[in-house]
Design a protein around this ligand. Structure first.
Ligand code: HEC
Length: 169
C-alpha cells in the first residue's frame, strides 16, 4: 500500500496522480475489448462463440447459444402469470383517504356524514370517481389528485370511493 504524506512537498502532485489513476480506464481492458469487437466484426459468429466460451467458461455451440422462438414461447407459458389483486377499497381508504375524510379535515366530506355527500352522490358516482382521481378545488376545500398519492391506480381510487359511499348507508 502506498501512503501519502500530507506534509511532504510533492503531496499535491502525488495526490493528483492517485486520483487520476483511479479515473483512467484500465488500458488492458480497453485493448482487449476493442480486439474482441474488431474480431467479431471480421469473423462473425465464429469469433463470438470463441469469446463467449473463453470468458464465460462455457463449451457452447452456436446452436445452443441461440434461444429459439419455441423455447421463448415454452418459457413464457411456464411462467406464472401476474396475479391481479382486486383493489381493496377499505384498505386504500384506510391508508390514503382516512386522514382527511375520517374526521372531515380541511373541508373533506366526512365518511358517515350523509348530508355532506348528498349533492355529490346526486352528481353521480362516475363524477365522484373522476374528481377523486384527478383532484379538484371545490367550495369546501381542495381534494388532491388520488388523495395526494399518485402511486394509487385508478381502480384503487374507484374501489375506495365505492367503499366510502357504501359506508354512508
Ligand atoms: C388532504 C386531504 C384529502 C385527502 C388525503 C383525500 N381527500 Fe378526498 N376530498 C378532500 C376535500 C377537501 C374534498 C372536498 C372538496 C370540495 O368539495 O370542496 C374531497 C372530496 C372527495 C370526494 C368527493 C368528490 C366530489 O365529486 O364531490 C371524493 C369521492 C373523494 N374526496 C375521495 C377521496 C379518496 C378516494 C381519497 C383517498 C385515495 C381521498 N379523497 C383523499 C380532501 C382529501
Amino acid at each position: 500500500m502506498k501512503y501519502l504524506d500530507a506534509s511532504s512537498v510533492d503531496f499535491e502532485k502525488s495526490f493528483q496522480s492517485l486520483i487520476l489513476s483511479t479515473l483512467e480506464p484500465n488500458k488492458n481492458v480497453l485493448e482487449t475489448v476493442s480486439k474482441i469487437i474488431s474480431d467479431v466484426r471480421k469473423r462473425g459468429d465464429d469469433a463470438l462463440l470463441e469469446y463467449t466460451n473463453h470468458y464465460d467458461h462455457l463449451s457452447a455451440k452456436l446452436e445452443t447459444l441461440e434461444i429459439k422462438k419455441n423455447e421463448v414461447e415454452a418459457a413464457s407459458t411456464e411462467a406464472t402469470p401476474p396475479t391481479s389483486v382486486a383493489a381493496d377499497g377499505k384498505q386504500v381508504y384506510d391508508t390514503g383517504c382516512v386522514a382527511c375524510h375520517g374526521a372531515g379535515i380541511a373541508g373533506a366530506p366526512r365518511v358517515g356524514d350523509s348530508d355532506a355527500w348528498a349533492d355529490r352522490i346526486g352528481a353521480g358516482l362516475e363524477n365522484m370517481i373522476a374528481n377523486a382521481i384527478n383532484g379538484f378545488q371545490g367550495s369546501q376545500g381542495m381534494m388532491p389528485a388520488k388523495g395526494g398519492n399518485p402511486s394509487l391506480s385508478d381502480e384503487e381510487i374507484e374501489a375506495a370511493v365505492e367503499y366510502m359511499v357504501a359506508e354512508l348507508q
